[in-house]
Design a binder for this molecule. Structure first.
Ligand SMILES: Cc1ncc(COP(=O)(O)O)c(C=O)c1O
Length: 397
């Protein structure tokens, strides 16, 4: 019989010292935030992890041994089976390298593949840490604005090609599905980017961490492309967004080309990145082996939150427009038609409504009039947050 999972009873986020819920952290961003605030900002969910993961971690913690470990055969097989089952992709075991986070992986890549004058190209707006990976290592970022057609982004392939031809970037950081909008890219779109990468000798780096919560359309992994593209591909992902395991600090890369993979791993050796953390590996293996059904139910619960959010926005929020969201739990809202700036709105919501939202500033370029919400919480919390914000918006408009 199918288990019906409970997404209404949330975890107590004080126990894990969640940044998302921490009053002093939120106060440093919004000094006058209401003390009873609801956080809809950082990309972290409030659901309890799947019971199967909790049980596996309880067993591990009860055993009392937290010593050095290694990437286990069971872990590799869980990743291979996951890709076979969920994404119809057959991975070679040696393509997979366990790492300590997707953003750290991007830093490792920059350190190993970019020379002093090299740059990374990316479509913007995009997740802020994509640029940090280059900037923290004194490398340049080249941005190519996405085309905004109504409430949907499209790739500007002509500009991408112009800039690749002009600046010779070493790699593209491609966000698929796209954060912040949740847009999934079609196979044709991904192939066009991959073609440009081959033409201009740009390494294709695909971040696919948001590929597991798909609400509409079909997600295509860059790993589904033809072999000639795979030879130039580095794919980064983790179960962290899907299963809310970000605090366990593990992720992995998939690199079909042996030369690229050896080069990438050399940087791990230089920094002595060796054994993974014990709970992380157990949680990840369990998620991939046992939590298929939990994930599907989680995505449909989030979709219900999206419906609640849409209803409120349509009815009460003049000047707000939700970008089409195919995946993830992070709606991207265009507020350019309102009379307030995104900063004014975020402050108004924090101070008067006690709802903390994300601001476009946290993304790389072309995000001056946007807010980002977070639906990874209960229907009750979303209802409460949206109704508080609706009231304040009505009063101020
Ligand atoms: C596009 C993108 N990449 C990477 C990450 C972080 O991934 P990880 O937890 O695997 O380090 C996030 C987190 O929000 C993200 O949105």
């Amino acid at each position: 019989m199918m288990t019906k999972y409970d997404f209404d009873n949330l975890s107590d986020r004080r126990i894990d010292n969640a940044r998302k819920w921490d009053y002093s952290i939120v106060k440093s961003k919004f000094p006058n935030v209401r003390e009873d605030f609801i956080p809809l900002w950082i990309a972290d969910m409030d659901f309890k992890a799947a019971p199967e993961i909790r049980e596996a971690l309880i067993e591990m913690s009860g055993n009392g041994a937290y010593g050095y470990t290694y990437p286990t055969e069971k872990w590799y097989q869980s990743v291979i089976n996951w890709y076979r089952k969920r994404h119809n992709v057959e991975l070679g075991k040696d393509w997979i390298t366990l790492g300590y986070g997707t953003v750290p992986n991007m830093h490792v890549l920059v350190q190993r593949f970019l020379g002093e004058d090299d740059s990374i190209i990316m479509n913007t707006p995009i997740y802020g840490p994509f640029a940090y990976a280059a900037e923290h290592n004194d490398r340049k970022v080249i941005t190519v604005p996405l085309l905004k057609h109504g409430t949907r982004y499209d790739l500007d392939l002509d500009k991408l090609e112009d800039k690749m031809a002009k600046y010779h970037p070493k790699a593209i950081f491609f966000c698929s599905p796209h954060n912040p909008s949740g847009r999934i890219w079609s196979k044709e779109e991904i192939e066009k980017v991959a073609d440009l990468c081959l033409k201009y000798n740009v390494l294709f780096v695909s971040d696919e961490v948001h590929s597991e919560h798909i609400m509409r359309g079909t997600f295509t992994s860059a790993l589904e492309l033809d072999d000639k593209y795979l030879d130039n591909l580095i794919m980064f992902t983790s179960p962290n967004k899907a299963f809310n395991l970000g605090g366990l600090k593990l992720s992995y890369s998939v690199i079909p080309n042996e030369e690229l993979r050896t080069k990438f791993r050399e940087q791990y050796q230089r920094n002595s990145v060796t054994s993974p953390n014990v709970p992380g590996q157990i949680a990840m293996t369990t998620a991939y082996e046992k939590c298929n059904e939990w994930l599907d139910q989680c995505a449909s619960y989030i979709n219900e939150n999206l419906e609640i959010t849409k209803k409120y926005i349509d009815k009460y929020f003049d000047g707000w427009e939700l970008m089409d969201m195919d995946s993830s739990y992070l709606p991207w809202v265009d507020v350019s038609k309102s009379k307030y700036s995104m900063h004014e709105i975020a402050e108004m919501m924090a101070n008067e409504a006690g709802v903390v939202v994300g601001i476009g500033d946290d993304y790389v370029a072309d995000a001056d009039d946007f807010l980002r919400l977070n639906l990874g919480t209960s229907h009750q919390v979303i209802e409460e947050a949206m109704s508080r914000m609706a009231k304040v918006w009505q009063e101020n408009n």
